[in-house]
Design a protein around this ligand. Structure first.
Ligand code: NDP
Length: 445
């Protein structure tokens, strides 16, 4: 593989798409060896076919705000690769959404979905719409306008979207309602649905639960457990709150959560009623991080700072991409961190990852750690297809097994001669081989 030539060509074709280029480079660097050992991949030009999305849809979304003003947003659906199953990946509503970010997320989703052991291809979508400060009626009108375009290109056997940043249960409800009306069918084309209308138990918390199950497996390789450990978490979204609940349940103490403007340090531990309190604020669209410091004495809000300056054993970045930089990694290592597991997608910059790998810290990438979310979406699709609802224990057991299986795959392909597991390499190689071999089986299409 001529990595630099591939990257140069890709950059020429996709100028300025920093996140997308970063994600492709990371994957190609770790699969280079296995790719070169299998000349059939080069003969079929697998890399060039894999890094180009199958198709990209761009839509204009017009909607009317509460004051009667007509607003315009841009939206996308990127169907990246369907070699192993229907396209599957979330929708993100955030002002930062652009083609580069969605292509990075869609590309990552191919390998993540491959790791889950379930038959799902990779996709991503979303809009630069900012749900913050919008009324419920505005959110509904935007979601309905979005689906007026999206429904034409999705379907239960072709492309099954889900939530992501800014798209939770409420948005999925409005999107699904409109899809159902337009398509005239009710087979569950979105995942993350409400429990009363085809959703799966524990889907909202599955990504965070899965992240902690994965960290538990990582610690096991060192004879360690989650119990008694101090955990730093960033964000307080769907991934972060699930992770905080599961880490606490397994006997750890979670001492931080964060938002874009700073973090909370709570030395007594963020659990139980405190999590309930934040979920209530979240449900009513209110700020969470600052009010927490007023509500619970003995806690501090650190304006403009990242939680990674706090002493902890386990770090779970669960907020957004590139939020944990080199200086943060230096702080964590200096303070004796044992395990860093990415709950978010690509939250650690390449420089930070390099430091963790050099320091032989247990470090695992989002595509392995947070795959429990899409895996449980896959389980939701199975339940919908069978017209059944599995009990909590069944979904949770399956999620736990899937996370263990992903961990085994990472160890299989990432363990070096010195016994250190490079989870970045392990996840990329395991995810890649399944997709590449499927592409070979299916011919040039
Ligand atoms: P949410 O929108 O529910 O939560 C994101 C959280 O991060 C919010 O608390 C937000 O605060 C905070 N945040 C945003 N930007 C920053 C920042 N720069 N610094 C610190 N905190 C910040 O999203 P999710 O929890 O769903 O997703 C989080 C990450 O996990 C994303 O990378 C997503 O792609 C990934 N992921 C999510 C899955 C899921 O099932 N939800 C599945 C797999 C991956 P505020 O609300 O104040 O902006």
């Amino acid at each position: 593989m001529n990595l630099e030539k591939i990257m140069n060509d890709l950059e020429k074709k996709n100028p300025g798409q920093v996140e997308y280029l970063q994600a492709v480079r990371e994957v190609l660097e770790s699969i280079e060896e296995v790719y070169n050992e299998n000349p059939q991949f080069e003969s079929a030009n697998i890399i060039e076919r894999l890094i180009e999305p199958d198709r990209i849809y761009t839509f204009k979304i017009c909607w009317v705000d509460d004051s009667g003003k007509v607003r315009v947003n841009r939206a996308y659906r990127i169907q990246f690769n369907n070699a192993i199953g229907p396209y599957k990946g979330g929708l993100r509503f955030h002002p930062s959404v652009n083609l580069s970010i969605l292509k990075f997320l869609g590309f990552e989703q191919i390998f993540k979905n491959s790791l889950t052991t379930l038959p799902m291809g990779g996709a991503k979508g979303g809009s630069d719409f900012d749900p913050k400060g919008k009324s419920n009626a505005e959110i509904m009108r935007f979601c309905q306008a979005f689906m007026l375009e999206l429904w034409k290109v999705i379907g239960p056997e072709t492309d099954v979207p889900a939530g992501d940043i800014g798209v939770g249960g409420r948005e999925i409800g409005y999107l699904y309602g409109m899809y159902k009306k337009l398509a005239g069918e009710n087979s569950g084309v979105l995942t993350g649905k409400g429990l009363n209308w085809g959703g799966s138990l524990i889907r909202p918390e599955a990504t965070g639960f899965g992240a902690v199950y994965f960290a538990k497996e990582m610690l096991k390789t060192k004879g360690e457990t989650v119990e008694g450990k101090t955990v730093a978490i960033s964000g307080f979204g769907n991934v972060a709150w699930g992770a905080a609940i599961k880490a606490t349940e397994l006997g750890a103490k979670v001492v931080t959560i964060s938002g874009p403007d700073g973090y909370i340090y709570d030395p007594a531990g963020i659990s139980g009623d405190k999590i309930e309190y934040m979920l209530e604020l979240r449900a009513s669209n209110q700020d969470i991080v600052k009010p927490y410091s007023y509500e619970f004495p003995g806690t501090n809000f650190h304006q403009g700072k990242h939680p990674w300056e706090v002493k902890c054993d386990i770090a779970l970045p669960c907020a957004t991409q590139n939020e944990l930089v080199k200086a943060d990694a230096q702080n964590l290592i200096k303070n004796g961190v044992i395990c860093v597991a990415e709950g978010a997608n690509m939250p650690c910059t390449p420089e930070a990852v390099e430091l963790f790998l050099e320091g032989k810290i247990l470090f695992a990438p989002g595509k392995a750690v947070n795959a429990g979310g899409v895996a449980t979406s896959g389980l939701e699709m199975s339940q919908n297809a069978m017209k059944l609802t599995w009990p909590i224990k069944e979904v949770d057991d399956r999620l736990h097994q899937i996370m263990q299986s992903i961990h085994q795959s990472c160890v299989k392909y990432g363990k070096g001669k010195d016994g250190y597991v490079n989870y970045v390499k392990g996840a990329n190689v395991a995810g890649f081989l399944k997709v590449a071999n499927s592409m070979l089986d299916q011919g040039v299409i």
